[in-house]
Design a protein around this ligand. Structure first.
Ligand code: NAD
Ligand code: USQ
Length: 383
């Protein structure tokens, strides 16, 4: 089976491309390497020294004998995308290729527009490419739990059954995104749903929570295959940032009260969830939605867990409550369903002392690469 991994040079995409190749799928990577450019524009860098995509792929082939095709180009350019589809002829497309940082999308008007054009146009082009080249191809699209926001009722997986004035229907779950980035994901979901209903395409929207960790079976095989690990205030995410902050003795940057609760998952489960979604495709004409996270934590819970893990390693970890640069509820109800992937066989790697330990040790190993000026948040939702 041929799987095109769009955004295959990124954090989730690289790990997934190797995992699928290891499992015997024929893999092609599409990426325009824009994420590497955005990093250099902001003056930030991954904690880990990542090789060029060409070197990564060549080294993977040397180690395993497995070939990965590479298409370098921008999916918002339809001619390029069509050409990649015609050459590769995918039976499934996994779409990670978006601008994925909430703070990046809130820098200013230009970054909000860039984010929405890049994400919405890219996804729309993929829908057209599937319709025109391979209408039976299964689209597996990375959405986000942040599409739902933090409603005061349980969060279902994509749809909710509502009774209203004596009538009943199952409808898309209401969306309350928390940044212009998250809004782009909601627009993607609407476009994919429309294409499934009107053109009969099939898709799975994976509403993923915040991913943590860096090693997977494949990316851990050799240092040249190492994955990116972001720690800066724009692209770094909560738990990864906290472990890296702890490793250099920087107080943990909890925004506001820290009662913000989110779904989280280990990157080893990200790759497995994608494999499960591909192996069990959606029905033709349907948009299926899975909530892709394994556990829920508040930001302050995570900070306390990192503090405890640091103590056992002899590292003193302080927790700071910074003025929250975002506009979000700091105390709220949050109870999201996540049974669809479990029912299909996902066996979660729950957050453990061993994982925190290995992430902290990883951060200690590369601590000399850390730029202290990139740790505090600089982007405000209010400006
Ligand atoms: P990332 O920035 O590491 O990787 C994204 C990749 O897509 C990059 O290599 C980038 O160059 C590429 N890309 C972006 N726009 C492109 C375009 N127009 N054409 C071709 N390639 C393009 O991001 P990630 O952390 O791997 O996230 C991947 C996906 O998963 C995103 O859609 C994100 O919204 C979603 N997601 C991520 C997380 C997380 O915690 N990292 C959580 C939930 C959902
Ligand atoms: N937070 C802190 N301190 C930090 C960083 C974050 O308190 O140093 C808080 C934020 O205020 C927020 C929560 O932690 O309440 C999560 O923030 P995050 O930066 O870890 O994640 P987020 O901005 O939501 O975005 C990340 C990915 C995005 C994905 C999303 C999944 O960058 O691509 O869509 O996680 S979710 O959060 O479920 O929407």
């Amino acid at each position: 089976m041929k799987v095109l991994v769009i955004g295959g040079d990124g954090y989730c995409g690289w790990a997934t491309a190797l995992h699928l190749a290891n499992k015997g799928y024929e893999v092609g990577i599409v990426d325009n390497l824009i994420r590497r450019y955005w990093d250099s524009e902001l003056g930030v860098d991954t904690l880990t020294p990542i090789a060029s995509i060409q070197k990564r792929i060549a080294h993977w082939q040397d180690l395993t004998g497995k070939k990965i095709d590479l298409f370098i180009g921008d999916i918002t350019k339809y001619d390029f995308l069509q050409d990649a589809f015609a050459k590769f002829e995918p039976s499934a497309v996994v779409h990670f290729g978006e601008q994925r940082s909430a703070p990046f999308s809130m820098i200013d008007r230009e970054h909000a527009v860039l984010t929405q054009v890049n994400n919405v146009v890219g996804t729309l082009n993929i829908l057209y490419a599937i319709k025109e080249h391979c209408p039976e191809c299964h689209l597996v699209k990375l959405g986000t739990m942040g599409e739902y926001g933090t409603p005061n009722i349980d969060i279902e997986e994509g749809y909710i059954t509502i009774e209203h004035n004596g009538r009943k229907d199952t409808l898309p779950y209401p969306k309350q995104p928390g940044s212009f980035y998250h809004v782009s994901k909601c627009q993607d979901s609407l476009n994919i749903h429309f294409a499934c209903r009107v053109w009969g395409l099939r898709a799975t929207d994976l509403n993923q929570g915040v991913v943590y960790g860096v090693l997977t079976e494949e990316t851990g095989m050799d240092e040249l295959l190492i994955n990116r690990l972001d720690y800066d205030g724009v692209f770094g995410t909560a738990l990864n940032r906290f472990c890296i902050q702890a490793a250099i003795g920087h107080p943990l940057t909890v925004y506001g009260k820290g009662g913000q609760t989110r779904g989280f998952l280990d990157i080893r489960d990200t790759v497995r969830c994608i494999e499960i979604a591909i192996a069990n495709p959606a029905e033709q004409g349907k948009l299926r939605v899975f909530n892709q996270f394994t556990e829920m934590f508040s930001v302050l819970d995570l900070a306390h867990m990192v503090q405890k893990a640091g103590q056992t390693m002899g590292i003193k970890v302080e927790i700071d409550h910074l003025d929250n640069p975002r506009v979000e509820l700091e105390e709220h109800y949050f109870n999201a369903k996540n049974t669809n992937l479990l029912d299909l066989g996902l066996q979660p790697h729950f957050l453990s002392d061993a994982l925190l330990d290995s992430l902290l040790n990883f951060a200690v190993k590369y601590r000399d690469r850390i730029d202290l000026t990139q740790i505090l948040p600089k982007v405000s939702w209010r400006r």
